[in-house]
Design a binder for this molecule. Sequence first.
Ligand code: ATP
Length: 517
Amino acid sequence: MKKKKVIFFFLILGIISSTILILSWFIPSIETEGFRFGDKLLVIAITISLLIYYYSIKEKPQLMPSILSSEKDTSKEKDKPNVSFKDVAGLEEIKEELQETIDFINNSYKYKKMGAKIPKGILFHGPPGTGKTLLAKAVAGETNSTFLYASGSEFVEKYVGVGAKRVRTLFEKAKKEAPSIIFIDEIDAIGTKRNSESNNEKDQTLNQLLVELDGFNTNETVIVIGATNRIDLLDEALLRPGRFDRHIYVGNPNVRAREKILEVHTNNKPLDKSLNIKDLAKKTTGLSGAQLANIANEAAIIAVRNNKTIITVKEFDAAIERVLAGLELKNPNVMMKEKNIVAFHEAGHALVSKVLDVDLIQKISIVPRGQALGYVLKFPDEERYLLTERELFYRITGLLAGRAAEEYKFKEITTGAKDDLNKATEIAREMVCSYGMSSLGTLALDEVYIRYNYDSIRQEIKKITDKAYSEALSIIDENSEILQKLAQTLIEKEILDKEELDVIYNKYQKPFNYATT
Ligand code: ATP
């Protein structure tokens, strides 16, 4: 870049001097006495050479994703990730499933000789941070293939045709550098269902992607891996056989996978001998691989900050809280009145969750963290794949219990329940639209129906949340002594752990029957 600027500077000087020298041939009043004819020709020749040189080093226009163009000049070796399946913990079934693809790349002649067509498109779908990118890189690493990364959003452009051109460039590069893996992250950015309202540029980009998927792989060993969090939004044409026809769900890890992921991310760290990774895995139900990696890293950072030479369970607990609830505010400026409200709000959540047996509460805190003034740290106590209607309803009741406690105690509600309301509404919405758990019937509602009948859907959602809210209020009313005690202790100590909660709960507990939905 610096070289280009220097040349540009001399080029401008050259253009100005040459212009003056040329003009001096026609306008005698311009004096160029010191220059002989030969000197003038030399200056003009140098300027022309500079001009040609400047244009030869000028950057090519950006028509491919930035990540690709930045890789353009780097050596081929650099595109080959040194990640292997050893770095991907858990996910054993998925690794097994991918073995066939790996074998195809490593021994492609075997398949070609047999006239076998191997799936060229694999789609990873599932929640964020579960290792989709890592898996794709590992496939490239295991096969020593070139890894070409592109994010769907990089293809989305205002100008018609640019996205399509980028797709073409990406595939051209992949073919040139075969064997190669094209990884398109967030493929939903270009691959959502086409309809009359969709925009022309996006459709062109998607069409180009479909064309490219159809058009290669007779001789080239190129595999395309897409990743998305929303497979339901993808256009059917993209999922058709011959395109992304292998769908692999990459979900949040179970307890054994979490243990393995934590092992991978702690094996280069000095751990206290008494630290039990199995216990950590049990404490982190529902977390993704990325969150676990983050926890291991945070624990190391906290240990350094505390001048420790080994990482103990204390640092891991602090890291879990840091990752889940955000940064602890050191000198929060919370008024006493607010502290009271937050204490009752969190006590409400803890009490109702405990009564309804929703998740395992590990800690209640009113020390502000991130944007929250208080929080209840809880995990599901076991891996669950199926939830009953009643359990979903209880979850909503637990979420609304913070606001219910505020209303019960202060006869006034605050803005503190914003996040709870979002989560509760989302669960209720899923109950109505996806699980057929409302009076609208035992059916899943599609996007078009939802858009045009949102009023009736909203009424159903409201019925559920209203019922859950009054349930939360009545549980709080029945157990007001526990609420009072929990809130009081929170105001004094700011933090209550699982054991302290159990002591208070067991001491003031009353028998109550909540078997309603
Ligand atoms: P997104 O959908 O948000 O793009 P992703 O599913 O592609 O996320 P990755 O980027 O692959 O997730 O994972 C992020 C990080 O989490 C990885 O770099 C790795 O450190 C860690 N990680 C996730 N899953 C695993 C795993 N199974 N084994 C080891 N590390 C993992």
